[in-house]
Design a protein around this ligand. Structure first.
Ligand code: DLL
Length: 433
């Protein structure tokens, strides 16, 4: 079913004229109400009057995650704080996350785009949807919740974890649609098997999955295990959360809701806009956000865009699944983690060397992280008790910093490979590309 035919099947001409109208007002809103943008525009001698065509967007400055962190907590708001009815923050950062502020209008847009996306997966008001995304500052839980409720489906807001309870509930309540991150989905499938539940009896109709990178093999595995088609959900906190783009039944890329989020692909080195069909970094401009309008936000996600009417009847641009990042951000169990956060925790302890390596694996379908750190000469000759104490302290500091438990291994000094150029800090053995 197409939730909003007018928006999703609009002709290229109509869409472009709507986008231009919205772009002009978004730029005006940012310029007039966000001091950060006024300053950036003035430095570049631009005013909203310089936007007369869609291509003129290329005259505008980029916004990065660092710019948003500098504006922490509320300086990117384009409306008085009183009009913000909800906030979310980027995951994994307990230091300085980026904050997204939603007006009532923004929550309405979020509900609308998620309703469109869940409808692509066939969700209707007949469905019972088990939402295993975390409810909280993470956008996953609420985004899916708002969209499913707009459709009129019955939402089970169970959140992440408590796997045994998840299994009990899906059996007792008759869940028809599951929402999870691909890694949690595979873990859940394994637990279901272990408990001897025959998944075919559960009769799932569809799966929605996202928030982290995955491979086509993982999708196949999820579909086989849950005996239902699995559809990709993409989004990011800064833009709105899940709902920037979702996959239709053709399963050949995600339709971006470009009447609300204007996409560009750039070369992340030259920062030039690339022609359609070329792979590069996705840049998004919010066309209708009221609370935190963003101009040319660099997502750091690598993908490509394809135009043309889709077999599902929609005419929205399609984006390939994300195949990498232009920075070193990792998604671990769905949480965004930067190596610099682990480094920060490490630097709080004197007797460790600043040489470390982060090893990410997925041994039993769940992500595991080991941080190998060189101890100083003095520490290494100390008693075992001392070493254990430092290891535990560092594990706690890392937990404080990223919100996840990792395993720390202290190793002998000068044992990690030294690099001439950029240090290889991360060894990701999950093969997600
Ligand atoms: O992960 C929003 C979300 C929640 C999407 C639930 C889908 C489902 P953040 O925590 O801000 O927001 O992380 C955003 O996660 O820039 C991508 O690198 C990655 N990501 C999100 N969805 C996908 C996906 C949410 N479907 C960052 N495939 C993004 C690959 C994804 N990577």
């Amino acid at each position: 079913m197409i939730w909003n035919k007018e928006a999703e099947c609009m002709s290229d001409e109509d869409r472009e004229s709507l986008q231009l109208k919205r772009l002009k007002s978004a730029v005006k809103n940012a310029y007039e109400n966000v001091p950060y943008y006024r300053k950036r525009f003035s430095e570049m001698n631009i005013t909203p009057d310089d936007i007369n065509t869609l291509k003129d967007i290329e005259k505008l400055p980029f916004t990065t995650k660092d710019d948003l962190r500098d504006a922490y907590p509320f300086e990117m708001f384009a409306v008085p704080r009183k009009q913000i009815v909800e906030v979310h923050t980027s995951s994994g950062t307990t230091g300085k996350p980026t904050v997204s502020g939603y007006t009532r209008g923004d929550i309405e847009i979020w509900s609308e785009v998620m309703a469109r996306g869940l409808s692509m997966a066939g969700v209707t008001d007949e469905d019972i949807i088990q939402n295993t995304h975390g409810y909280g500052l993470f956008t996953g839980g609420f985004g899916v919740h708002y969209g499913a409720q707009k459709i009129g489906a019955t939402v089970i807001p169970i959140s992440t974890g408590q796997t045994k309870r998840q299994i009990e509930i899906m059996q007792d309540f008759g869940t028809t649609v599951m929402i999870f991150t691909p890694s949690y989905g595979l873990y859940l499938a394994e637990e279901l098997e272990e408990e001897g539940v025959d998944i075919k009896d559960l009769g799932f109709k569809a799966i929605g999955f996202g928030a982290e990178m995955w491979t086509e093999e993982m999708r196949q595995e999820i579909q086989k295990r849950f005996n239902a088609p699995a559809y990709n959900i993409y989004g990011l906190t800064e833009i709105i959360g899940p709902g920037v783009g979702l996959e239709c039944r053709i399963q050949d890329g995600l339709h971006l809701f470009e009447d609300h989020f204007y996409p560009e692909i750039i070369d992340s080195e030259s920062l030039e806009t690339l022609p359609e069909g070329e792979r590069g970094e996705l840049v998004l401009t919010t066309l209708t956000r009221e609370g935190t309008p963003l101009i040319r936000f660099r997502t750091k996600d690598i993908t490509l865009l394809k135009r043309g009417k889709c077999g599902c009847g929609r005419n929205l641009v399609k984006m390939d699944r994300i195949t990498g990042r232009t920075d070193d951000m990792l998604k671990i169990r769905g949480v965004s983690v930067f190596p610099s956060q682990i480094e920060k925790a490490l630097l709080r302890i004197d007797r460790l060397e600043p040489h470390y390596q982060i090893i990410v694996t997925r041994p039993h379908l769940m992500d595991e992280v080991e941080v190998r750190v060189e101890a100083s000469e003095g520490l290494f000759s100390d008693k075992i008790k001392e070493l254990v104490g430092i290891r535990l302290r560092l594990e706690n500091y890392i937990h404080d910093e990223i919100g996840l438990r990792v395993k720390v291994t202290l190793i002998e000094p000068k044992t990690l490979p030294r690099s001439q150029g950029k240090a290889v800090r991360v060894i990701d053995k999950r093969n997600l590309q």
